[in-house]
Design a protein around this ligand. Structure first.
Ligand SMILES: Cc1cc2nc3c(=O)[nH]c(=O)nc-3n(C[C@H](O)[C@H](O)[C@H](O)COP(=O)(O)O)c2cc1C
Length: 169
């Protein structure tokens, strides 16, 4: 059984929702056991055994949250991320609220940990997801809403699980 972990920070539930959709996509792939954890309650044994780890954050001034950054520095290091497949996702409240930069911020952290980073990019056809999926909520922009991005998170999770299985299965 291929274990996959999604680890996120979330105060008002949007990033948790995105994590749950990624898990839904991962579970479409045979023999994958996928679980999501808030940084407040990470199952460290499960993460250590996971070959693929996807990390997500709200955009806080176009960066990952300070809490996620602290967790990555303090706890993430001890969980043996090196050599695993890494992915990243974000949520934001403005279409131009820095989500892609948050994803990049997380990917850079993963690279420094020695992870192999993957998004699918242009290699999986439509929808193309360049760096990682970003959801925009409807706090401010009433035409927006997380539900509009649901399918992107699901397909991203599926692609990530397929690649992890291909590489480590
Ligand atoms: C301190 C703070 C800073 C934020 N900065 C941004 C920002 O720069 N751009 C943006 O689009 N949204 C910003 N937001 C909104 C959140 O990114 C957005 O509502 C996100 O979906 C919240 O995720 P959560 O529901 O998982 O906590 C900020 C929110 C807080 C509390």
């Amino acid at each position: 059984m291929m274990k996959l972990a999604v680890i996120y920070d979330s105060k008002t539930g949007n990033t948790k929702q995105a994590a749950d959709w990624i898990i839904e996509g991962m579970r479409k792939v045979a023999d994958c056991e996928a679980k999501a954890f808030s940084i407040q309650s990470v199952d460290e044994e499960f993460v250590k055994e996971s070959k693929g780890i996807v990390i997500g954050s709200p955009s806080y001034a176009a960066a990952m949250t300070p809490a996620l950054h602290a967790w990555l520095l303090e706890s993430g290091r001890a969980l043996g991320f090196g050599g695993k497949l890494g992915g990243a996702f974000a949520t934001e409240q403005f279409t131009h609220g820095g989500g892609d930069i948050v994803v990049q911020d997380i990917l850079v952290n993963e690279l420094v940990s020695g992870m192999l980073c993957y998004s699918g990019g242009g290699a999986c056809g439509l929808p193309v997801i360049h760096l990682g999926p970003v959801g925009v909520n409807n706090n401010i922009e009433k035409h927006n809403g997380m539900e509009l991005y649901r399918d992107y998170f699901i397909i991203y999770g599926q692609r990530f699980a397929e690649k992890t299985t291909e590489l480590f299965g």
